[in-house]
Design a protein around this ligand. Sequence first.
Ligand code: RM4
Ligand code: MN
Ligand code: MN
Length: 429
Amino acid sequence: MSLPIAADLIAEANAPLLDALEEDYGALTRQLERRGVDVEAVKARVARFTVATPTWGAGRGGTRFAKFPIPGEPTNIHEKLEDCAVINQLCRVTPRVSPHFPWDMVDDYAGLRDEAAALGLGFDAVNSNTFQDQPGQSATYAHGSLSSTDAAARELAVAHNIECVEIGRKLGSKALTVWVGDGTNLPGQQDLARSLDRYLDAAALVYAALPDDWQMLLEHKLYEPAFYSTVISDWGTSILAAQELGPKTKCLVDLGHHAPNTNIEQIVARLHRFGKLGGFHFNDSKYGDDDLDSGAINPHQLYLIFNELVEAELNPRDGFDPCYMIDQSHNVTDPIESMLSSAEAIVQSLAKALLVDRDALREAQERNDAMLGFRALRGPYNIDVSPLLAKVRVEAGGAIDPVMAYRASRWRERKAQERRAAGSGAGIV
Ligand code: RM4
Ligand code: MN
Ligand code: MN
């Protein structure tokens, strides 16, 4: 393996922080033991948790107005893999990347898989892209893809998804995430029922091509780029489609794809109840699909979601094993720093949820003691678990303070000398 950051550098960055970490970890351990927590068990579960990084999040994002690239940002899949390896080396929770096609297309996927493995990385769910036309494309997605009124566009979208599965097989992936931008901007533009029929018929063709040990993850989104209606608008449509398509289809919850104030944790519980919780796109949002850093706006919501995930783990259904992925757009930060900070926020939520006294919670719920139920759930949220997370990271070879260790590595400055400048075209990439 040829990892991008020298182990010495991480050790050097950790050295001045080790004593304080021991002290803080000791204090936290004593506090948790007083509460009856099995600290080693929590630590072991935290150490096992992983979340994938998105290749498309490795470069500077943008809005439809502008994108402001930074020197040294990655401009191809090879450079993106390198940056994702840096993230994983420092935080030790992101050993897989989720690629997006055709953005990440190469000629040699076996070679790409080896390249990733040499960086300590594997591949998570592959994402298809039928929300943009590619140069020279034989039919347009302007009126939709899997749900288009144009049979040629539907066929193209089906073929592209199947091609993504083929690529994914070469990369060692086991899931296809399907998000379509299909929908309408004006009432009357399309028949709301027939567009879903067309989607289901086309998605069934993709499903038929899915290997037995694969999953197809359906991502719903209430608006954007279509602003009046979307074909897979909400978790209800998503689960109905997943049920109709078959057991290998599950739902993927992107945290930014709901109306503000939606009770996402309840959606998580509902999807799990019916064995259809297949994956997550973690991010945070204030208004819409803002794709902000996980935990940046509403860390409490993230905690409540993880509370449901811990419940789901304790009461598994249908081989509960969701794909956890980050899906963010980093418009004002160095993407590596945002993903380090996001990974920390995500694991933090898991660790806190693991601290919940489930017996006390259950008992309060049985007795309809609303206040004690609330306290059982809220208590752990207020505990600072960062020493435990840092301890897990250090033991795995990572950094106590990943962002500061990253800055000390001067990775971006070094890459600025080597990499070609990224374009500043507006849009998502
Ligand atoms: C969408 C959705 C998809 C992502 C694209 C780039 O809003 O979240 O998951 O692949 O953006
Ligand atoms: Mn998403
Ligand atoms: Mn999105």
